[in-house]
Design a protein around this ligand. Structure first.
Ligand SMILES: [Zn+2]
Length: 322
């Protein structure tokens, strides 16, 4: 086992790719379900937090978010989320909210967001600044994505820093969302997308060329395309790399064309040493049994030196939107 230098563990950090709804510990899920008279044991949640592949992970994400039914539920999960970030020395986070899922369930994202902001406010004085990414679900379609952008615009909140698209990148081509991103830009939102996670490098290129995205969620497929690696390095477009997630969803297996890929086989060192900015992140930390500290341990296991890890800590701040 590779030890993480103590200095790296204790440095203040930024976390830029983390889903609020993917950060619920089993006890929190049980607590939220109980608020709605649904009996779910922590044990059951633990059992569900294991996946054969990406599709099964998406199914579990849907299951776990099905207990989030009213604004107060979101307030509860923000408390646990923010406490966990503080223990990892995170001082700034851009957390993703699955607004597309809220809308699909007929909820009012604005009311949920008000509860989220209220819960987050108390943490500012404790040294944690939280900003938010409003996320659409790719397979829900273009109109649904546009309604996420419009709902964000109606909020007029400077705490919303970006618009992004997650979900299944193999469902609808990125270029179909061109006017959605155009509208997000008009409203002053920065642009993100999940691409090159389970899909190929062409998905990353397409998102850059057609949507003007400023950071790529995952993007690990880039290592398969040297010309794309050059482009990312030249334009300094960061990849939000989430190693534990890539193992748990089988994304690393897909990209390497193997089964049972290990963390040491992750392309992060190749991408980083090619000059591509890396934003090391946890994605859905409780669902992938990880923390930001553990992701730095993972990066050390891949062979990154102390100075390189320090550089990655810095990049979290350099490539933040605020
Ligand atoms: Zn993600």
């Amino acid at each position: 086992m590779t030890a993480l230098p103590a200095r790296i563990a204790s440095l203040p950090k930024a976390e830029l790719h983390v889903h609020l709804e993917g950060s619920m510990p089993p006890a929190t899920v049980a607590k939220i379900a109980a608020r709605h008279d649904v009996a779910v044991s922590e044990e059951e949640v633990r059992r569900r937090y294991a996946y054969q592949d990406f599709v099964e992970f998406i199914e579990t994400f849907k299951w776990v978010t099905s207990f989030l039914r009213e604004p107060a539920d979101y307030g509860v999960i923000v408390q646990d989320f923010a406490e966990a970030l503080l223990t990892q020395h995170v001082v700034y986070a851009e957390a993703t909210l699955s607004i597309g899922v809220m809308q699909l369930r007929g909820q009012n994202p604005r009311a949920n967001f008000a509860a989220i902001l209220e819960a987050a406010e108390g943490f500012e004085t404790r040294g944690l600044r939280l900003r938010w990414v409003w996320d659409a679900v790719r397979q829900f379609g273009v109109e649904a994505a546009l309604s996420v952008v419009e709902a964000a615009g109606e909020c007029k909140s400077d705490k919303i820093v970006a618009f992004g698209i997650g979900g299944d990148e193999r469902s609808i081509p990125a270029k179909e969302f061109r006017h959605v991103y155009g509208r997000a830009g008009d409203l002053g939102m920065r642009k993100l997308i999940h691409a090159g996670e389970v899909g190929g490098p062409e998905n990353i290129r397409e998102a850059i060329e057609h949507l003007g995205v400023e950071r790529i969620g995952h993007g690990i497929a880039a290592f398969r395309d040297p010309a794309l690696m050059d482009l990312l390095a030249e334009r300094q477009i960061p990849l939000e790399v989430c190693p534990a997630s890539n193992i748990c969803t089988g994304a690393l297996d897909v990209q390497l064309g193997v089964t049972g890929a290990t963390i040491e086989q992750h392309p992060l060192p190749t991408l980083f040493r090619h000059g591509i900015p890396i934003v090391l992140s946890t994605d859905d930390p409780t669902m992938f049994h990880t923390t930001l500290t553990r992701e730095y341990e993972n990066a050390a296991k891949m062979g990154l030196e102390k100075a390189e890890l320090e550089r990655i800590v810095e990049m979290g701040f350099t490539h933040a939107f605020r």
